[in-house]
Design a protein around this ligand. Structure first.
Ligand SMILES: [Zn+2]
Length: 162
């Protein structure tokens, strides 16, 4: 038996104000994206914003449905919009934030496994890593560079070919 250990590293900033101007701007877009969250069931609003190499910003927000599995996370709403409309303009960074009136969010909210898998697919497709900024409105901001930090056992299409 061989035991392996995987270490990941990410940066924590005490506040979004410690980020550079472009990343602060992207976080503000993620906050604005929450306005269009359709979350009557969870009352948990999530906003995502992608910054593309051209400077273009793409927004996504969680879209829930009375038939619960039909809804989609903010990250995949933004990422699939990118894939469908701007696939040749690489994603530089993605900011994700969340808010609920139900309780205080004191730590950044991380993306779900399905969104990370979609991010992995697109990182692989564009050939460059995406900086993910997990921004908490009242608390620390985490910056993660590249999907392999986030999801070390991610599934790539090579695995489909044996
Ligand atoms: Zn998700």
């Amino acid at each position: 038996m061989i035991e392996h250990e995987i270490k990941i590293s990410f940066q924590e900033y005490g506040s979004v104000k410690e980020l550079d101007a472009a990343d602060q701007n992207l976080c503000q877009h993620a906050v604005n994206a929450m306005e269009n969250s359709h979350s009557p069931y969870s009352k948990f609003r999530v906003g995502a914003a992608l910054r593309l190499q051209s400077g273009k910003i793409i927004l996504g927000s969680n879209q829930e449905n009375a038939a619960y599995p039909s809804g989609l996370c903010a990250e995949r709403v933004a990422l699939f919009h990118w894939g469908a409309n701007h696939p040749n303009d690489p994603i530089e960074a993605m900011a994700v934030t969340a808010y609920t009136e139900e309780f205080a969010l004191l730590k950044p909210v991380a993306s779900c496994g399905s969104c990370l898998q979609v991010l992995a697919e697109y990182e692989k497709k564009q050939g460059t890593p995406v900086k993910t900024i997990l921004y908490c409105l009242e608390g620390p901001t985490w910056v993660i560079n590249g999907i392999e930090t986030f999801l070390p056992f991610l599934f790539f299409e090579e695995r489909l070919n044996g």
